[in-house]
Design a protein around this ligand. Structure first.
Ligand code: PEP
Ligand code: MG
Length: 591
């Protein structure tokens, strides 16, 4: 993260978490849910309890209808929001929220608005003590749904957002899905929120909309008033209030450089990624949902390097059938053909728990428990259904199977045996499939780096999942903000492991890609290539930019920078070198 230049007065800078890159300069539009004027009264007699409960029920139904309507009208870029909206619909009946509010109406005769508001206050108090980012994001969802109910009780639409003038920067606590739907239709220039972390739903939406956004700006509402000129730096997580002329000029220049760079990269998305000195790199996409297919195609990916299949099991009560899975896989494989689709088998467990699948027993240490391949080998019926669907879809294009969380050879061998068995069954059933599909493994448990030679003899390919490799190597929970400063992709141990695995891949002739988040990081991607990575897989929207960076670079230069990095003793030292390289090469992106 870069600091603002020295001429920006420090007392005008607020720092949060950069959730979606880009510079926005505009007038603030501050909207605070808490400013709603809530009626506060005691029901005069107990006879009024049923009608107050009914009023609450009606408001809930109104919010439900609005949520369903906004789900149906989601623009393509926001398809990942569908799951969040479904979760909000479920929250409408959550005992933590409306259960408690019903109790306050029944037992304490509170009016419905206050019953919800009191419940939300309790939740907010609870949230203050929660450090787990995931739990606090879920509690924030409860709050968003609660405020939607209150606005419905006040006979307002679920969103009270005022009209947003084009070019303004919206400053809010957080957004509910109805509000998200509303901002999509505006020409808002940026978004600043008090709540949320890098993985909050607001951050996800902002990235999908490519809207400069900073989240987690504590107390922002008390520092900024509507009409203030503000600058938002979504890359570095800064918000600058009432900038002076020098600051404005500096950020305007940076903004123009970014715009012209972005226009150029989108125009050239379909060109291949080859360095100035002729070194070819394959750039593929990670995807979670079929709905992302148009983005995958339009951003110029050369196939799917990681299809995270667990998302099809989420937000439903029953497991998907073989037929359902087959049809989705077939459509994806057919659309991408002749480019490959690497289908990763279910990676459930840890934080990826779904309602439809047999429960993972409650484990003390879920990250080290029944996750990924271990879960599937314990739930064979579910695993076989998925594998049969993949095998059947294989005849429609280029399918490869990838196994997550492999820690030893036995897991690979057992899965290969299951697949051979399924092939025999399919033959018996006269179902077409492609025999001998490439079966590869994820390198995301540190031990696999050290048994890579043995794995290479039996696996068709490797894909390095750096999100988990870093988590397990450095013993840092990847979703815990308390330890985010020691989640260090450029830690010497990580760089050396990457170097080693890439070398083994090259020596054994095993195709190897890197599919963790660092592949999409414009500072780290050139380093990975310098270390020897020839395939990177990343979210579709990152593809054009990384391709462009590669086309503007020379491989021999990237290699010599990476060699320097390999000699560093700390992540900080490595980060300085990597950022320095980026500064000199791409001043359009960083200044
Ligand atoms: C990884 O661990 O780097 C990876 C790509 O898989 P996931 O993020 O789905 O665990
Ligand atoms: Mg992983």
């Amino acid at each position: 993260m870069n600091s603002p230049p020295p001429f920006v007065p420090t007392d005008s800078i607020l720092t949060g978490v950069g959730a979606s890159t880009g510079i926005a300069i505009g007038k603030a539009l501050v909207y605070n849910h808490r400013d709603l004027h809530l009626p506060n009264y005691q029901l005069p007699n107990a006879n009024l309890v049923p009608s107050e409960l009914e009023r609450l029920e009606k408001a809930k139904n109104q919010v439900r209808e609005q949520l369903i309507a906004s789900r149906e009208s989601l623009p393509l870029a926001l398809n990942s929001q569908a799951g969040i909206i479904d979760a909000h619909i479920l929250l409408l009946d959550d005992p933590l929220l409306t259960g408690e509010a019903n109790y306050l109406i029944r037992e304490e005769h509170r009016n419905a608005e206050q019953a919800i508001a009191c419940t939300l206050n309790k939740i907010t108090t609870l949230m203050k003590n929660v450090t787990d980012e995931y739990i606090s994001a879920r509690l924030a969802d409860v709050e968003i749904v609660g405020y939607s109910i209150i606005t419905a009780l006040l006979n307002n639409a679920a969103s009270q957002l005022p009209n947003i003038p084009a070019g303004s920067i919206l400053v809010v606590q957080d957004l509910n899905p109805a509000e998200v739907a509303k901002i999509v239709a505006t020409k808002v220039a940026g978004l600043a929120t008090e709540r949320g972390g890098a993985t909050s739903h607001t951050a996800i939406v902002a990235q999908a909309l490519e809207l400069p956004t900073v989240v987690g700006l504590k107390n922002i509402a008390s520092r900024v008033v509507t009409g203030d000129t503000i600058i938002l730096d979504g890359r570095n997580g800064h918000l600058i209030i009432r900038p002076n002329q020098e600051t404005l000029t500096f950020y305007r220049t940076r903004q123009e450089m970014e715009w012209s760079f972005n226009a150029e990269i989108v125009r050239s998305a379909h060109l291949i990624a080859v360095t100035l000195d002729g070194h070819r790199v394959i750039i593929m996409s990670n995807m979670e949902l079929e709905e992302e297919l148009p983005a995958v195609m339009s951003y110029g990916s050369e196939g799917i390097g990681l299809y995270r299949t667990e998302f099809m099991y989420m937000n439903r009560k029953t497991l998907p059938t073989e037929k359902e899975l087959f049809e989705v896989y077939r459509r994806i494989v057919e659309s991408l053909a002749p480019n490959p689709v690497i289908i990763r088998t279910l990676d459930l467990g840890n934080d990826k728990i779904v309602e439809s699948a047999p429960l993972v027993p409650l484990e003390l240490n879920q990250a080290l428990g029944l996750r990924g391949i271990r879960y599937c080998l314990h739930n064979r019926a579910l695993f076989k259904t998925q594998l049969r669907a993949i095998l059947r879809a294989s005849v429609f294009g280029q399918v490869q199977i990838m196994l997550p969380m492999i820690s030893n050879l036995d897991e690979l061998r057992t899965t290969q045996a299951i697949i051979s068995d399924l092939e025999r069954n399919l033959k018996k059933d006269d179902q077409p499939y492609t025999p001998n599909l490439p079966i590869g493994v994820m390198i995301e448990i540190p031990a696999t780096v050290f048994i890579a030679r043995e794995l290479a003899k039996e696996a068709a390919f490797f894909s390095v999942g750096t999100n988990d490799l870093i988590q397990y190597s450095l013993a840092v929970d990847r979703s815990n903000p308390e330890v985010s400063d020691i989640y260090q992709p450029l830690h010497p141990a990580i760089l050396r492991m990457l170097h080693q695995i890439l070398k083994i891949g090259r020596k054994t002739g095993t195709p190897i890609s890197i599919c963790g988040d660092i592949s999409a990081n414009d500072i780290i991607a050139p380093i990975l290539i310098g270390l020897g990575a020839t395939t990177l897989s990343m979210p579709p929207a990152a593809v054009p930019k990384i391709k462009r960076i590669i086309r503007m670079s020379s491989f021999s230069e990237m290699r010599s920078w990476s060699e320097k990095l390999l000699k560093t003793k700390t992540a900080l030292e490595a980060s300085k070198i990597a950022t320095g390289y980026f500064h000199t090469k791409f001043p359009e992106l960083l200044k």
